[in-house]
Write a protein that binds this ligand. Structure first.
Ligand code: AHG
Ligand code: MN
Ligand code: MN
Length: 346
């Protein structure tokens, strides 16, 4: 059978009325930029792209050279396309409108240009995460940060590109989650798994255990029960994986199931978790839900959160439906007393 390229897949989606020509073209431009990032990542030391950039971002994090390079590649690619009103990035303080001299469209693009940056220099998988929203009509000519503050269920597309042993694109336009593998010789993405389905049950969890003492009691109780395994209330042994690249951990979960967690912790009580709602939690949440899984803060569905800020952080529990529900049960009974404590997310 003829392989289905990404181009062919998108044309078919348009033909069936599931996406517009503009969205098809926007996704193509984003994916072309990801292919360029993949080449830069793949060069490593040979391309002089490893190490720190010597700058910081709005989050107060040290930027790696590849954070900056990837951000620039995505911005450059998307200024010309004519499908966007503005871009917002984890690496930029505010949104960047498409320059006045270029044609504009009514989409907004958000991205985490390089996710898992701590893994770049050790040759472990990293990726790009993106999310597409529709710009409110009043924002198209003068887009501002507030126009991006829409709940995750309003996303018209979301995806990530993982730069690992293979470069893969995982994409949803709200009609299932589909995986494409880059044929490096041809420079083409080919559909390799249509309609990914996350198994409802799992015996694998992903969390940074070094934060354990900073978690709230419900989280402590949940993970203690996972660790107790067959001898505890869960009655089965659990395995643990933590890659420290969300793209790689989520990719494993989309492939074989599991639960990924980055809960709130009191290392810095002003931050409601580490991961960012707009660039990480929302796009991954849509991909996971479209694959039959759940994405939760532990207390509420991530895609229903009304964002307050472009760089807002949020606790994340996502993956196998049954296991996310199991985690949520720990947060229910004591909710009222806990949400009264300063800094604890509601
Ligand atoms: P980023 O590199 O975009 O800042 O994201 C890193 C995130 C995410 O990819 C990963 O799951 C998590 O941070 C790792 O956190 P720890 O350093 O606590 O392991
Ligand atoms: Mn990230
Ligand atoms: Mn990043």
């Amino acid at each position: 059978m003829q392989p289905v390229t990404l181009t062919r897949y998108l044309v078919e989606e348009q033909r069936h009325g599931r996406i517009s020509a503009e969205l098809r073209q926007l996704i193509s431009v984003v994916v072309r930029a990801c292919t360029t990032i993949s080449i830069a990542v793949g060069k490593g030391a040979l391309g002089g792209v490893l190490g720190e950039a010597g700058t910081g971002n709005i989050q107060g994090e040290v930027q790696k050279k590849l954070d900056v390079i990837s951000n620039d590649i995505l911005l450059e690619a998307n200024a010309w396309g004519g499908h966007l009103a503005a871009c917002a990035s984890e690496e930029m303080d505010h949104c960047q409108p498409v320059p006045a001299e270029y044609p504009k469209g009514d989409f907004l693009l958000l991205f985490d240009p390089l996710d898992g940056s701590s893994n770049i220099d050790v040759n472990v998988s990293v990726g790009t995460i993106f999310s597409v929203l529709r710009c409110p009509p009043q924002g198209v000519q003068d887009p501002r940060d507030e126009h991006f503050l829409q709940p995750g269920h309003a996303q018209v597309a979301a995806g990530y590109c993982i730069y690992g042993p293979q470069t893969m694109l995982v994409l949803t336009t709200g009609h299932g989650t589909h995986a494409f593998t880059l044929d490096r010789e041809q420079g083409l993405f080919v559909l390799t798994q249509a309609n990914m389905q996350i198994p409802a049950e799992t015996a694998e969890f992903a969390v940074n255990m070094s934060n354990q003492r900073h978690w709230e009691p419900q989280m402590q109780a949940y993970v203690a029960d996972l660790l107790a395994g067959r001898d505890g209330p869960r009655g089965k042994d659990f395995n643990m994986r933590w890659i420290a690249s969300m793209v790689a951990d989520v990719h494993r979960i989309l492939t074989r199931g599991g639960i990924f967690m980055y809960p709130w912790d009191n290392k810095d009580p002003s931050k409601a978790g580490k991961l960012r709602l707009m660039y990480e939690a929302n796009p991954m949440g849509l991909l996971v839900e479209q694959a039959g899984g759940l994405a939760s803060t532990g207390r509420a569905r991530i895609l229903d959160i009304a964002p307050q800020g472009l760089h807002q952080r949020v606790p994340v529990f996502l993956g196998s439906r049954g296991e996310v529900q199991a985690a949520e049960r720990y947060f229910q009974p004591a909710d009222a007393s806990l949400s009264a404590s300063p800094g604890v997310p509601s």
